[in-house]
Design a protein. Sequence first.
Length: 360
Amino acid sequence: MKKKTDQGIDFFDKTPIYIITSIILLALLILSILIAVGFGSVNISIVEIYEIIIYKVFGIGNAIETSDPSTIDIVWLIRLPRIILAIAVGMGLSTSGMVMQAIVKNPLADPYVLGVSSGASLGATLAILLGVGSFFGPNYVGIAAFIGAFGVSISVITMANVKGKSNSTKLLLSGMALSTLCSSFSSFIVYFSDSAEGIRTVTYWMMGSLSGANWDSIKFILPIVLLSTMFFISQYRTLNLMLLGDETSITLGRDLHKYRIIYLIVSSLNIGIIVYASGIIGFVGLIIPHIVRMVFGTDHKKITLIIALVGSIFLIWMDVLSRILIEGSELPIGIIISMIGAPIFIYLMINKSYGFGGGE
């Protein structure tokens, strides 16, 4: 018995804290899924919920006979897809925010700092108010938003490479310029629109929501987010070099130019499909990497997986809060996140002398 206890102590003594933290966060993520699926406007017993999920996933039990068809639909077609989409959105936004911050060497950057958000908003505004892209079918608004987000990202890369290779400063300035331009066009279209319903739709879409979650979109979104996250986990050496700057990386034999382009394209693909599924959800890509760096430092080998897991857990509970805060109604998740995230961010900035990564 003593030997087993000693082995357990040795595990915690010898295992790096970031690995232990990752294991704990993974357990919390699973627990969050199991708990969050019980929240909703319709009261369903937790036993019945698990019976439905077990039947749908493993084909075990008789939930199809004992449960009402509408109850099965609520659990399997509404609640569980929202939770899985929340995981994908939280993971994608937080890891993309981490990468964007490394690319531009600015801890206050987020996935939308390079104009991706404004590009997506312009695409959605064109689709909703002018019908652009309606030939894409019923999901044309999301597809137009994706095209806008990805198109702006490619434009940022192109502009930053005019008259020489891109660097963090040129990428940041190009993104700010295109973001302003896209926002101006979106405001212009909204101002001259005579569709009150269309304006309300644009406004709600720009606030973000997971209400459109379904298994068909998740089968497409989740694998891309997981693969991009695994890719960024494998790129920790280059991401760490980006924090040191171009001159240092060149002396170490690594030209960061092509890596910035690759990472920006992958991040933009990530953000594009998230925008397609959930609209504009800000602040996640800023606050989550910021907090994790304050605790674990700037080494991307340690923090990338932790950021992905924290982002997923955070968005699961923000979605739950958006559904239960007002009885019989649902608040856009972007409003909830901003209301909670902004004060937290201000508090952290005031009470912490912050360099890149949270060093004192």
